[in-house]
Design a protein around this ligand. Structure first.
Ligand code: SAH
Ligand code: SF4
Ligand code: F3S
Length: 437
């Protein structure tokens, strides 16, 4: 009898990829995914520990499943991902109805863990095992799938930014061998995928290929049927010349780059242990724009890091004005237990709130301006799904802008030439010109 699995995913794209792989691992145990927790036999929360709010949300979400568990005592409740890794058994102590806790490096053991659950036992595994989980996961099923996919090529982080939990929850930097990544990419293409986003906490530190990430991208460039390559997230210090050059020469590599800087102040960058200066970042941006003038840049920013003064914050505002971002994510600093920055005195909440408000206003103006600048231009859109209105299709341009088109001529998976006619809050509307053969 098939059982139903409900997975809810929080956090970054790496978790989205992991959720797919966990669903596949449990697929072999007779589980099929369901869209609601109400009819599930197992609920799995794939969690994020990056900020305090993200972690606390998990406990309130678990509380909401109490009623379901009371109605259905056989229901299994599991916590996966970075909260599982960071808190381990503490989760069961705070929420005894949790049956399963599995860290991001041990989920290939889910089939065994599930058998333990079936025997009425609890299953906990937050090891950083010796074996590579990817070699122990079942082969991915052959089912047809959507035109875009994530593919994890690197995991973990050795950078130890003073504010960040990732080195503790995901462990040391490890790259998958290029041959395995290529096999998985070919397999995805056979299943209908045309765009792959290579994932890693520090994806540009990838070393599973002699030529680094650029070498891997050039090998993927030769995969027939794969039309678009993206990668995320990069660290400025790992952006080597070959990768910069690939942005200008590899046609399949899309002109969009997420390159977090976190702060524009040298003092704060140093306190954050980012290991580069504001000027080094400017030089890097210049090189990238020389290679690919239309590159759309995206960034991450933290305001209110301990010790941040008004002058430091103005340096961040100035950096943003100088660089110009087409997309960005900005956060108020959140003290995370176990990280060096958590020992320092925080910036007053009102001050941090005010800075976040000002920074977000500037970033959203830039985002809107980058979008508005697309009006009148022709872009190529990979269509991913039908839109809300009749006859409408939605896809992404090279620059990762969401584009709506109303036309019978396009189908999911098509790449079409589109003229942008209108820009609205979070998307563009375009007119269909032609579909690629
Ligand atoms: N590896 C990536 C980012 C991973 S975390 C990188 O190096 O850029 C995603 C983003 O969350 C970070 O870029 C940072 O902006 C934010 N972040 C991480 N820890 C945080 C904290 N303690 N408080 C607030 N934001 C944080
Ligand atoms: Fe966190 Fe820094 Fe590593 Fe990014 S590079 S994951 S921000 S420690
Ligand atoms: Fe969150 Fe873990 Fe990703 S802490 S951002 S889910 S690596």
């Amino acid at each position: 009898m098939t059982k139903k699995l409900y997975i809810k995913t929080y956090g970054c794209q790496m978790n989205v990829y992991d959720s797919e792989r966990m669903a596949e691992a449990l697929g072999g145990e007779g589980y099929e995914q369901t869209a609601t927790p109400d009819d599930a036999d197992m609920i799995l929360l794939n969690t994020c520990h990056i900020r305090e709010k993200a972690a606390e949300k998990i406990y309130s979400e678990l509380g909401r499943f109490k009623g379901l568990k009371a109605e259905k005592p056989d229901l299994k409740i599991g916590v996966a991902g970075c909260v599982a890794q960071a808190e381990g058994e503490e989760i069961v102590r705070r929420q005894p109805m949790v049956d399963l806790v599995v860290g991001p490096q041990s989920y290939h053991r889910l089939p065994e863990m599930n058998r333990k659950l079936a025997e009425g036992q609890r299953a906990l595994d937050t090891d950083f095992p010796e074996e590579d989980k990817f070699n122990h996961l079942a082969k991915r099923p052959k089912a047809k799938r959507g035109p875009t996919a994530f593919l994890t090529v690197q995991e973990g982080c050795d950078k130890f930014c003073a504010f960040c939990v990732v080195p503790y929850t995901r462990g040391a930097e490890v790259s998958r061998p290029a041959a395995r990544v290529l096999d998985e990419a070919r397999d995805l293409v056979e299943r209908g995928v045309r765009e792959i986003t290579l994932l890693g906490q520090n994806v540009n530190a990838y070393n599973g290929h002699d030529g680094g990430l650029a070498g891997l991208i050039w090998d993927l460039d030769k995969v027939d049927g794969l039309e678009r390559i993206r990668f995320t997230t990069s660290h400025p210090n790992d952006m080597d010349d070959a990768l910069i050059e690939a942005h200008g020469t590899c046609e399949k590599l899309m002109p969009y780059l997420h390159l977090p800087v976190q702060s524009g102040s040298d003092r704060i960058l140093k306190a954050m242990n980012r290991k580069h200066t504001r000027d080094a970042y400017f030089v890097l941006i210049e090189k990238l724009r020389d290679a690919r003038p239309d590159l759309l840049l995206s960034g991450d920013f933290i305001v209110g890091f301990p010790g941040e003064t008004d002058a430091d914050f103005e340096d961040t505002m100035d950096l943003v004005r100088t660089v110009g971002y087409g997309q960005s994510y900005s956060f108020k600093y959140s003290a995370r237990p176990g990280t060096p920055a958590a020992e320092k005195d925080p910036v007053a909440a009102e001050v941090a709130n005010d800075r976040l408000y000002r920074l977000q206003a500037l970033l959203s103006d830039q985002q809107r301006a980058a979008q508005d600048a697309m009006v009148g231009r022709e872009v190529r859109v990979l269509f991913e799904k039908p839109g809300r209105q009749d006859g409408q299709m939605v896809g992404k341009s090279e620059y990762l802008h969401a584009v709506h088109v109303t036309s019978d001529a396009v189908q999911v998976g098509d790449i079409a030439q589109v003229r942008i006619a209108e820009s609205s809050t979070n998307s563009l509307a375009g007119e269909f010109i032609s579909v690629d053969a």
